[in-house]
Write a protein that binds this ligand. Sequence first.
Ligand SMILES: [Zn+2]
Length: 58
Amino acid sequence: MGLFNNLGKKFEQLKQEAEASASEEATHACRTCETLLYTNHDACPECDSQDVVALKRD
Ligand SMILES: [Zn+2]
């Protein structure tokens, strides 16, 4: 029982780390549909909005 619980937790942790690192690498985002982008786009590839902004980095 405990083993399965641990595997489930580990999976959740890996999934969250993958999502966190993905958002760290994004350089731009669409403000209309909130898609994260990894290169500058004149228009969002997801929704064709031109409201693409550069993400600020600390
Ligand atoms: Zn969009």
